[in-house]
Each structure stands twice: as structure tokens, then as C-alpha cells.
Design a binder for this molecule. Structure first.
Ligand SMILES: [Zn+2]
Ligand SMILES: [Zn+2]
Length: 336
């Protein structure tokens, strides 16, 4: 089969590799759409190193073409998407249902072949059928949407809450959409005007340019008694934004860290302690949550496809990475 292989930082080439065979409990899927994710970009640039060559891509949808021994409930011809993180089911966290914290987690495109290829192999228990009315592109957007949905659940967003989302990349935009669905008034921040337009389209009441030195007071002015949003999501993955989120959130509010910055962020402990601010982490999603994303897109509650700015074939995979890196598009899709 043909696959886009990353041979080293910024060295991605399409090559012929052996077609995967399903082992016991596994299925093989003909990949029809794969989204390029911020985490794929980190691997592409060499920020995160993996074993080379590696097939990137983990947000995908396609058709089941083969099932291994012992697989029931999934059959060739099924249209599916899949969770790309394979928890062990046996460690302390898995037994508590916190599969996202699994200590033995295998991740597609990290230590399991990804989906920028014609075929992908996945354990059947992570495969989800999608309705016939859902396109493959929409199916590939379930995974990033679920990151946003999980973040909103972690932030305990309630109807009528004011919420700010710092960073309108794919995850930020889908967090905007999820917070809107949860009944919040949403304010979005980014530095790319097109992404601010997209945030409004996905339900943000107002969107602000993050370069504006005045955004904290501008957003606060729109919240009850000018005190600031109840929940602030940091999805930009920028250390400096963490301090901005803490400046913005109201007393007694919550800051949810979704972005995966590896740089230290400055925090003034008193501003957290005295104002009883909660700082929470949010990482992927729990077991069983995936169905929520399938329903939200299938029922047209969330127009996830609005974030797609580019769709190309496998040969143009490198162009898709460059487009996401430039910030020009929030989500690029490769259709192998
Ligand atoms: Zn992703
Ligand atoms: Zn585990």
C-alpha cells in the first residue's frame, strides 16, 4: 500500500509499504480521510521524536476491509472511525475508567502506525461505526471534537456560564463549539483573523485578536459585573497564554489547560490562592465518550467540517503539514 512516511524531522515522503494484516481482535480499515493534528505537526517538525520511519495521522475515518480472529460486532463494509489511543484496560487508571491516563497507552502515529496511508490496523474495541449520513471527513473530525467536548466537561461548564477559549486552532475551535452546545456564552481569542471568523461561525459571541494588549479588559467587560469568564480554556499550547488565562478568569473560576506546551509558565501563586481559582488539566477523553462526538456531528449540532481549510490527496501530505504549520488553515484533511 501507499503511505506517507516520516523519515526524520520535516522529511515526509510517500512510499510503498506492506499492507497491514489484522491480528486477533484487530480490524484493518481502508482510510478515506485523515486530519492533520497539532500533535502530528509537533512530530513532523521534530519537536517530538518518534521511531523513524513513522506513519503519522490519527484522526480518521474509512471502511473496514478485514477483521481478525475473535472480532464481533464489526464487519467488512462497515463505515467507521476509531479512537487512536489504545489503553491497556488493566492498569490502575484503566480500572478506574481513566483510560486517557493509562500507563501502557499506545498511540497511533507515536508508537503504532498512523493513518496517512491507504490502510490502518486498529484493535476492534477502539472502532466506532459512523452513520451513513456522515461523510468520511466528518468522521475524521470526531476525534478532535471529543478533545474539546472532554475539556468542556472537565471545566464543568453550565448553561449560561461565560467562557473564554484562548487559541483557535482546530482544538480551540471545537472547544468553542462544544462550550456553545453546553449552553455557554463563548469568547474566543486568536491572532489569525480567519480563525476568529471561524470561531464566530462555530458559536462564539465575540472573538478577539490576541495581539491586542487590552483583551483582558475587553472580554471582562462582557461578563457579569465585569469580573471575567467562569471558565477559561488554554488551547493555544503557549506558556504565556496560561498567565493571560489566569488574569482573565473570574474569582472562583476555572482555568482548563488543554494545550500541550512543554515550556514553563509563570503563575503568581497569590492570584490563584486568594481568588480560589482552579487550574485543571484535560487530556484526550474517557472510555465511551467517543459516541458523543459522533452524535453531535451526525445530528448537525456541531458543524465540525467548517474548520477544514484544505483537503488533498496522499501525495500532497507535505503541503497539508505546511498549511497547518503556517496557521493559514485550522484543519487540513488528507484523503489517501
Ligand atoms: Zn489529534
Ligand atoms: Zn491502562
Amino acid at each position: 500500500m501507499r503511505a506517507a512516511l516520516l523519515y526524520g524531522p520535516r522529511d515526509i515522503r510517500v512510499a510503498e509499504v506492506p499492507e497491514p494484516e489484522p491480528g486477533p481482535g484487530e480490524v484493518v480499515i481502508r482510510v478515506r480521510a485523515t486530519g492533520i493534528c497539532g500533535s502530528d505537526l509537533h512530530t513532523y517538525t521534530g519537536d517530538r521524536t518518534v521511531e523513524y520511519p513513522q506513519i503519522l495521522g490519527h484522526e480518521f475515518a474509512g471502511d473496514v476491509v478485514a477483521v481478525g480472529e475473535g472480532v464481533s460486532g464489526i464487519a467488512p463494509g462497515d463505515r467507521v472511525t476509531a479512537e487512536p489511543n489504545f489503553s491497556c484496560g488493566e492498569c490502575l487508571y484503566c480500572r478506574e475508567g481513566l483510560v486517557n491516563l493509562c500507563v501502557n497507552r499506545l498511540g497511533m502515529a507515536i508508537n503504532w502506525p498512523g493513518t496517512l496511508a491507504e490502510y490502518a490496523r486498529v484493535p476492534a474495541r477502539f472502532v466506532w461505526r459512523i452513520p451513513d449520513t456522515m461523510s468520511y471527513r466528518q468522521g475524521a473530525l470526531v476525534e478532535p471534537l471529543m478533545v474539546g467536548v472532554h475539556a468542556v466537561r472537565r471545566g464543568r461548564v453550565r448553561v449560561g456560564d461565560t467562557v473564554a477559549v484562548m487559541g483557535c486552532g482546530a482544538i480551540g475551535l471545537l472547544t468553542v463549539a462544544a462550550a456553545k452546545v453546553a449552553g455557554a456564552r463563548v469568547f474566543a481569542v486568536d491572532i489569525v483573523p480567519e480563525k476568529l471568523d471561524m470561531a464566530r461561525r462555530l458559536g462564539a459571541e465575540a472573538a478577539f485578536n490576541g495581539r491586542d494588549p487590552d483583551i483582558v479588559s475587553q472580554i471582562r467587560a462582557l461578563t457579569p459585573a465585569g469580573q471575567g469568564p467562569m471558565v477559561v480554556f488554554e488551547t493555544a499550547g503557549v506558556a504565556a497564554t496560561v498567565q493571560q488565562a489566569l488574569d482573565l478568569v473570574r474569582s472562583g473560576g476555572r482555568v482548563v489547560l488543554v494545550g500541550l506546551s512543554t515550556r514553563p509558565a509563570q503563575v503568581v501563586p497569590m492570584s490563584v490562592a486568594r481568588r480560589e481559582v482552579e487550574i485543571l488539566g484535560s487530556f484526550i477523553y474517557y472510555a465511551g465518550e467517543f459516541e458523543v462526538g459522533i452524535r453531535l456531528i451526525a445530528d448537525r449540532v456541531v458543524d465540525a467540517e467548517a474548520i477544514v481549510g484544505l483537503a488533498v490527496g496522499l501525495d500532497e501530505t507535505e503541503a497539508a503539514f505546511k498549511a497547518v504549520e503556517s496557521g493559514a488553515v485550522a484543519k487540513a484533511i488528507v484523503e489517501p
